[in-house]
Ligand binder design. Sequence first.
Ligand code: ASP
Ligand code: MG
Length: 464
Amino acid sequence: MRVVMKFGGASVADGEKISRVAHIIRDYNLKGYEIAVVTSALKGVTDLLIEGARKISTGCVDDVEEVIQKLRERHQKTINEAIKGKYKKEATEKMESLLEELEKVLMGICYVGEVTPRSLDYVSCFGERFASPILSFTLRSMGVPSCSLEGHEAGIITDDRFGDARPLEKTYRLVKERVLPLLKTSVPVIAGFMGATERGIITTLGRGGSDLTASLVGAGINADEIWLWKETDGIMTTDPKLVPEARTLRQISYLEAMELSYFGAKILHPRAIEPAIHHNIPVRVKNTFNPDFEGTLIVADNKKMEHVVKAISVINNVALINVSGAGMIGTIGVAARVFSALARARVNITMISQGSSEANISVVVREEDADKAYYALKEEFQNNIVKDVDVNRNISVIAVVGAGMSGTPGVAGKVFSAMGREGINIIMISQGSSELNISFVVDEKDAIRAVQALHKEFGLHEVQ
Ligand code: ASP
Ligand code: MG
């Protein structure tokens, strides 16, 4: 069996966690698995680097020292906790040489007084560059042959959209040439999130980009599966904190996983799973605290349809904005103006609905964007077409997700009768035309009851 194992920042947050992760890798290595590891930065380090670089660009030389010192302390402590014996010294030397390089870059930013997208990429991927040798030396100190590779060394070659670079097609071939031969004799640990252009300039794949690295490596080495290690038992029917009967889903489709990620389940970024879908490589979500548990397998086509609805998610920290006025009826271009005004204000819209009376348009936005949205709309409509712009922050969005819903009559009926029985008022409804989800807005105080009722209604506590 050949697998890619990806560990996120929370799984490698400190020395104890890194040694937990190394034990997991060793156990599978002893079972004869061929393993390529992809690691994120230690939790919080990417943020520290980005904020540090911004501050330094308007600050002074002392700020550089402060950032370097923080990173040294954090990583040295991790090395001391995770690595035993002679590899501790080697890991420390590697860290010091990276710190020296980083210090020069930060000094440059300090003297120039500006941080460009290109220099920010160079700085922000240091988190992964620190983490991968630490994990690799930890493995070696446990007797597992290992080496560490930076993103481009593993073959991740991208365009030059700094901060959000797209991998080039040749990446797959390069990963195959560079990573595949290593697997027979060792466990390569690849720094996630980073790549380089064809000219060798460092780039990053966007925040959370290590999942994409894992997916690219999986496709490049033609892995049997890509394992994303998290701190929960795979993907669940709903949040177990809200519904104690929540179950782990054994298998879901790529489309369902993407839909769930979109609705806040934070499983993985849709763009990250793309290469896996394209090369038809199943993705498995596993729990570092329960490594023997099989977790959730994400596959192309999920034939088992016993459960039409697979999962229910709740999104909080959203606000509903309602634009209304009798003048909107029959007036052409109001919707266009609403959306362009919001786009100009850089407000992302997550749900839209317009009643057929045309007297109002409602949109759901992130709560932090609510004020921006309100002022943008007020400014756009200073005349009498739109009479009111109301903002309601005390709402939650409930999303009911499942591929089997498409073409199955009666799902919406069941959802809304369940809400009716519970006496829960529905403020707004939308169903994407993919029919993979039905989402609706309720008062924040009704959200938990709504999820509990739906979980029961669709028999999700019986999921095996
Ligand atoms: N360290 C990067 C981030 O925080 C990438 C990742 O963790 O996937 O966004
Ligand atoms: Mg709210």
